[in-house]
Design a protein. Structure first.
Length: 384
């Protein structure tokens, strides 16, 4: 047998462990400093030592002190397997063993430690500085010198277990706190998404009570942005920002916004003001999603050739998210019926977008848009 699970109760000679003191007052001292009996009963200890007699005596000492979960390994090649299955709170490890010595076992265990590593006390009769430094560098926490002293063994174990329990408590609190922070962050993000969505719906409520246009613009703009190799985090923000492109329409009077016929020149100027109004509503935010929304609201009617509004800025002076939203906004408007027009077929709308390449729209954005449209994957974004 090279591993025992139950502590032996038999008395065996202990050549390198000092005998238990018979004086009652001195035998109480280590117990007073030790973890409570309850804790000692719970603590899992692993002893790795090729000397059967040492193992038995250590087990007996631990058992008498109230440690009832002790496993022992006398074949060092089994140490790692038992360690991984048992996950001890503390390991007592001999250094000089045949086959895998204590240093090799230390290396094995160190590679498999969990977030709160199990402390390892090295048992050694080799007390040279070099040996200690080597063991410490491999992850040993403390040393017990052979022949072992019963009181010292118990006190050292008790102290290290106290630290172990403190670290475990701290770790559990950290995990709990991180979980709470994650939950709160998720809630805040969900609230933000919902608020932005409702804001976009409010903006278009007067001429699109379903909010479907804003929803589609958000999804298709994100899809197009991803195809244009925009950073994925930015893609997700564009998904939320693009639906707000027409939020400035809240500032346009009904008689102009809902006018069934053609707008007069003055009316058109008022209508074009929805870009600046939208940007004003969204301006000054420190959140990237609203900064993007502001840029899109202000620039989604600018044209690649510089003949758009509100300022007529050309080319790549128009922010890319706005160039993307411009194509998508027009495509979606063309392919859906409005009170004053029939819905175009996707093919006819795509042909119109293609015809406006290098005029109204960025040719690079149009080219990528047409690939997606042709593949039928404009709305298959996987982006919620
Ligand atoms: Fe617009």
């Amino acid at each position: 047998m090279t591993e025992r699970r139950s502590p032996p109760l038999d008395e065996v000679p202990a050549p390198d462990v000092s005998p238990e003191p018979s004086d009652k007052s001195s035998s109480r001292r280590p117990a007073d400093a030790m973890p409570s009996l309850c804790r000692r009963a719970e603590a899992r200890l692993l002893v790795v030592d090729d000397e059967e007699a040492v193992v038995r005596m250590v087990e007996r000492v631990l058992h008498h002190a109230g440690y009832s979960n002790v496993r022992s390994v006398t074949d060092s090649s089994m140490a790692l397997g038992v360690f991984e299955e048992y996950r001890p709170d503390l390991v007592l490890l001999d250094l000089l063993m045949p086959g895998l010595d204590g240093y090799a076992v230390l290396e094995q265990l160190r590679a498999r430690m969990l977030e709160v590593p199990s402390p390892i006390i090295v048992l050694t009769s080799d007390v040279t500085t070099v040996a200690r430094q080597r063991a410490l560098s491999l992850g040993a926490l403390d040393f017990l010198t052979k022949p072992l002293d019963r009181i010292e063994v118990l006190l050292r174990i008790a102290n290290i277990l106290e630290v172990r329990y403190f670290q475990l408590r701290q770790h559990a609190e950290k995990v709990l706190l991180e979980e709470k922070v994650r939950e709160r962050t998720n809630e805040l993000e969900a609230a933000q998404v919902e608020l932005l969505d409702r804001l976009a719906r409010a903006a278009e409520f007067r001429d699109d009570t379903t909010g479907e246009h804003t929803e589609r613009v958000g999804r298709m703009a994100a899809r197009l942005a991803r195809a244009l190799l925009v950073d994925e985090r930015e893609v997700r923000l564009i998904r939320r920002a693009a639906p707000l492109h027409d939020i400035g329409k809240v500032g346009i009077p009904d008689e102009i916004l809902l006018k069934p016929g053609r707008l007069t020149g003055d009316e058109r100027l008022v209508m074009e003001g929805h870009t600046a109004i939208g940007a004003r509503i969204l301006s000054g935010s420190r959140f990237r999603v609203l900064q993007l929304a502001e840029a899109i609201a202000l620039r989604h009617h600018e044209r690649w050739d510089g003949s758009g509004y509100p300022e007529g800025i050309p080319g790549d002076r128009i922010p890319l998210p706005a160039r993307i939203a411009a194509v998508i906004d027009v495509y979606d408007a063309l392919t859906h019926a409005r009170p004053y027009k029939e819905a175009w077929t996707p093919e006819a709308a795509a042909a119109e977008i293609a015809a406006q390449s290098d005029k109204q729209f960025d040719p690079w954005v149009v080219e990528t848009f047409l690939e997606l449209q042709h593949a039928g994957s404009l709305l298959t974004t996987g982006i919620l």
